[in-house]
Design a protein around this ligand. Structure first.
Ligand code: FAD
Length: 462
């Protein structure tokens, strides 16, 4: 008798360890076909950095599976049923996707598969607790982070699934007759940024380094962009090279405030995924509709200011350093993400979604839920929003979180010879602003007043 075959369709779970879908596929059939679909609808808005990181992850996954990953380009609603038909699969196994696009895509694929009598089996998700699961005592979603994080911790999560590449017997995709042809993982696109090493083994190695060397100082160093005080796990979490369950299980072996602080950051990621799942419109629109009344700048002058912000030529050193780190590493330190976002929205009065789109094009860890809600938090229009009147001052933020000026000097070579924290106010230097560096494009104090006046319109409409 011919062996039965299941399809394992990888998406944001590019790893072999801690893979509940492998267990489900091994239960369902004698062997499994590993599939990844290069979906143009997702690749297009990704940007080259994220695309290259993805391709690197796919190459490593293919190696781990003994060269048996079938990579096909096209619309998953066509590709997945065609592949399932070609190998005679009865089940297609995935980790559930809760993003607005992924959910709709999966419903379409599920419908197309069911026409052939094939089942789409969802096991697990990219989160420790699947979005939508954590509810208030009386039912309904949390709109504020702190009670969510408590209920999330009380809900708990499973231990990592003990899987590896040998959990399934992988079918050689060249064995099948007909069906869509495999394509090679595309070659890397040219990118300006130096990217982290992609893939599961690099992700796990980074995590082990952080556990050994960084986690105990996380609380005191996580806000200092000149230090390597954070884990750098975000791109690996984005593509599921490492599952958050694995991180949480390892953290449980350690004690202390820093460990607690790190767990809280993982909870933020889960909170934003929950919020986006329940309010998919918040990917593009204000979560708090009151902010639809906030007057914002559009037109040619705003476009020119937006360009200066993108280029890192605002004349505020910490903002410029952040925007240049984004180009240089396709990543930006969290503290600086908040500072540059506040500057765009509250000093330049430009809509948050323009900045969010720019971030999504450049970030190697670009994640719709964390990015859009990180922006909305800073803009004041999101859940839990920092009060609108808390406007980040780019000078005092720089002096507080980059007290020696090392971060600015690393990214803004025009200021490389300015010593200490004086680097945060180059217009005060005796010799004037160093050559090549711009004067501040706006006066922060005046723009702060303007932002507050604009906010009055939101208050008036409530
Ligand atoms: P660590 O400090 O080591 O944190 C560990 C993990 O916790 C991170 O990898 C991440 O998964 C999660 N985490 C930490 N802080 C946050 C947070 N504020 N919100 C949600 N999750 C968090 N994160 C993304 O992963 N993708 C994005 O596209 C993204 N865009 C952002 C945009 C703005 C405007 C802001 C303010 C924040 C954004 N963040 C985003 C959150 C945060 O900046 C990054 O997760 C963090 O800088 C990644 O570096 P790390 O892995 O070293 O973080």
């Amino acid at each position: 008798m011919a062996p039965s075959t299941a399809v394992v369709w990888f998406r944001r779970d590019l790893r072999v360890a801690d893979q509940p879908t492998f267990l489900a596929a091994a239960d369902a059939a004698d062997r499994a076909l590993a599939l990844f679909v290069l979906d143009p609808a997702l690749l297009k808005p990704s940007g080259a950095a994220r695309a290259n990181f993805l391709y690197g992850c796919l190459r490593e996954l293919d190696d781990a599976l003994g060269g048996k990953l079938l990579v096909v380009k096209g619309d998953p609603a066509d590709v997945v049923p065609r592949v399932a038909r070609a190998v005679g699969a009865q089940t297609v196994h995935v980790a559930a996707d809760y993003g607005p696009y992924g959910r709709e895509r999966d419903e379409n694929v599920e419908k197309a598969l069911s026409d052939d009598g094939v089942e789409l089996v969802r096991t697990g998700s990219p989160y420790a607790v699947a979005p939508g699961r954590v509810e208030k005592g009386g039912g309904g979603p949390f709109k504020v982070f702190t009670p969510f994080s408590r209920a999330w911790a009380d809900h708990g999560w499973r231990a990592p699934a003990g899987t590896d590449a040998s959990t399934c017997t992988w079918m050689d995709p060249s064995d099948k007759d007909g069906g869509p042809r495999a394509v090679k993982v595309p070659d890397d696109e040219p990118v300006e940024a130096e990217l982290p090493q992609p893939g599961e083994s690099a992700g796990l190695a980074r995590w082990r380094d952080f556990l050994d060397e960084g986690v105990l100082d996380y609380e005191s160093e996580r806000d200092l962009p000149a230090k390597k005080g954070t884990s750098g796990m975000s791109p690996y979490l984005k593509y599921g090279c490492v599952h958050p369950r694995t991180l949480l299980a390892d953290l449980a072996q350690h004690r202390g405030d820093s460990v607690k602080a790190y767990r809280t950051e993982i909870a933020w990621r889960e909170f934003y995924a929950d919020v986006l799942h329940r309010r998919p419109d918040s990917a593009r629109e204000n979560y708090d509709k009151g902010f639809d009344h906030l007057p914002l700048r559009t037109g040619k002058a705003a476009d020119a200011d937006f360009e200066r912000w993108c280029e890192g030529r605002t004349g505020y050193p910490i903002v410029d350093a952040g925007m240049r780190q984004l180009r240089g590493e396709a990543w930006m330190h969290n503290r600086v993400r908040m500072i540059v976002a506040s500057f765009l929205v509250k000093d330049l009065h430009i809509p948050w979604w323009r900045g969010a789109r720019h971030f999504m094009q450049l970030l190697v860890d670009g994640d719709l839920a964390s990015n859009q809600h990180g922006w909305q938090w800073t803009a004041g229009s999101g859940t839990d929003a920092s009060p609108y009147f808390r406007i980040f001052n780019p000078i005092t933020q720089g002096e507080r979180f980059d007290p020696d000026g090392d971060y600015v000097r690393r990214w803004v070579p025009e200021l490389a010879d300015v010593e200490g924290k004086a680097v945060h106010q180059p217009w005060k230097l005796k010799g004037g602003i160093p050559e090549g560096y711009p004067a501040p494009m706006v006066d922060h104090k005046a723009e702060r007043q303007d932002a507050l006046a604009r906010y009055d319109q939101v208050k008036a409409a409530r």
